[in-house]
Design a binder for this molecule. Structure first.
Ligand code: CO
Length: 210
């Protein structure tokens, strides 16, 4: 076994010892159930850990991660997580968190084939097409890339609001807010894009479900 593999097993033992030293009932309490106030939809990138970025503890964040933090309406995994979070756990907030330097978004800007993942990346390319005028007008490639990351998050927030799961929760009067963030790998800070949905009122009519 590799040194790394041994290390993470030892880390786990040390973590349990530290947690229970400060708070002997820590695990006992968690084992009684969860009611996290937040669902996090983030990128699978190893540098963007939901709990560490937000200073939250086990039990506070329900997490779904995939390449480029996408909300794809045929993704049973995402839909199941969303349904459980909204209808069973009754989370108050959903945050879609992208990050600058996202490899998935970068791939979507280019034409290189990567294999099976190209079919996932295609959803990100659609975002480029929706915002082609704005993105094409940005001469600096890094600035265009950064803006593409932001617009991708904005679109995923909209896509969440379009789901029947979220619209039905709002219809029932459930308090549920959807937010869009972008995380900077360079300095650790989050930028709130201020695309906050609390009802389907802001959706174009064609997406509104009765
Ligand atoms: Co990424």
């Amino acid at each position: 076994m590799s040194e790394f593999y041994q290390k993470i097993l030892e880390n786990n033992k040390r973590w349990v010892a530290e947690k229970t030293k400060d708070d002997p009932e820590f695990f006992e309490r968690l084992s009684n159930g969860q009611s996290p106030p937040l669902l996090w939809i983030g990128c699978a990138d190893s540098r963007v850990p939901a709990n560490e970025i937000t200073g939250t503890l086990p039990g506070e964040v329900f997490v779904h991660r995939n390449i480029a933090n996408m909300v794809v309406h045929t993704d049973m995994n995402m839909l199941s997580v969303l349904d459980y979070a909204v209808n069973v756990l009754k989370v108050r907030h959903v945050i879609v968190c992208g990050h600058y330097g996202c490899g998935g978004v970068k791939a979507a800007m280019g034409n290189h084939q990567f294999g099976l993942i190209d079919n996932w990346i295609r959803h990100i390319k659609d975002v480029y097409r929706f915002h082609q005028q704005e993105l094409d007008s940005i001469q600096d490639e890094e600035m265009r890339f950064n803006r593409f990351v932001e617009l991708n998050v904005v679109e995923q927030v909209h896509d969440l609001a379009k789901t029947s799961i979220v619209q039905n929760a709002w219809e029932k009067g459930q308090q549920l807010w959807i937010h869009g963030w972008v995380y900077s790998i360079k300095n650790g800070l989050v930028k709130d894009l201020n695309v906050n949905f609390g009802s389907n009122a802001e959706l174009p009519d064609v997406y509104k479900l009765e």
